[in-house]
Write a protein of this length. Sequence first.
Length: 114
Amino acid sequence: QLQASRGGLVQTGGSLRLSCAASGSIFSITAMFWYRQAPGKQREFVAAIASDGSTSYTDSVKGRFTISRDNATSTANLEMNSLKPDDTAVYYCKVIRDFRYTYWGQGTQVTVSS
């Protein structure tokens, strides 16, 4: 259902772009999300984009991360700038379809070195 791009290793202050491609029709997608889970911590919300294009972010990434979606390819993108070591985590994409069905991607590692 969901295919996430590979993460990577970047230095502090660097940038990285994650993509999550959903199979099936874009029209049934209610919203697309990115979450992350750092070692020893619970999975946390990072960003979301709804079908109307509205977005939301957790406070720690506001002004640095941008979520967008490509309706032609049913893809959600997460542009991450000014990365910090605290952004190191496994990043997961999530899709909600028809307001009720939830799907998770497989997770991709992002490591920010100091």
